[in-house]
Design a protein around this ligand. Structure first.
Ligand code: SF4
Ligand code: SF4
Length: 161
């Protein structure tokens, strides 16, 4: 009985600290305020500098969370190749499959910011003008894997609700 009373007193003490001083709260006040005000900032997922604007991520995304948008000022990355679009990402549609990451030739999507990616490759920053000096070489097996995956009908994986 005495023990129960001590637990009861401890509970009151802990909860009073929580109410008055937000003690041991996991969500910070800043995060809580931004949620309440509808101003949640999503992490930047695209390494814009490295992206060559090929549109592969838009093609591979199974839920159309990526849409290529035209650049106001197209950038000539190398002679004969101009980047004219960049991916626009909708975090509310994203299901975090990370196909955009895996099939991006530059790994420009979901590098370090995609912390839960099971195949985290770390930060990857590339100079596209150098990358495009030489053609990107992929093994035949990898090309087949990409073609197979891209040819799959996404409706096999998801059900309409
Ligand atoms: S993020 Fe990658 S796949 Fe998407 S447009 Fe840029 S380079 Fe291409
Ligand atoms: S993680 Fe998957 S769902 Fe999200 S943008 Fe990339 S391909 Fe689309």
């Amino acid at each position: 009985m005495k023990n129960l009373f001590i637990i009861f007193l401890k509970g009151i003490y802990t909860n009073t600290l929580r109410i008055l001083f937000a003690a041991d709260r996991v969500t910070s006040k800043d995060i809580k305020d931004s949620i309440l005000q509808g101003k949640v900032k999503y992490p930047e997922v695209l390494n814009d500098e490295s992206c060559i604007g090929c549109g592969g991520c838009e093609n591979i995304c199974p839920v159309e969370a990526i849409e290529m948008e035209p650049l106001k000022k197209p950038i000539e990355l190398v002679k004969g190749y101009t980047k004219s679009e960049r991916p626009k990402y909708d975090p509310l549609k994203c299901i975090y499959c990370f196909w955009c990451h895996d099939y991006c030739p530059i790994y420009a999507f979901y590098g370090k910011p995609g912390a839960i990616h099971p195949r985290e490759v770390g930060e990857f920053k590339a100079d596209p003008s150098k990358l495009l000096e030489e053609p990107i070489v992929l093994k035949e097996k990898k090309i087949k894997e990409i073609i197979d995956t891209m040819a799959k009908d996404a409706s096999k994986y998801f059900e309409e609700v």
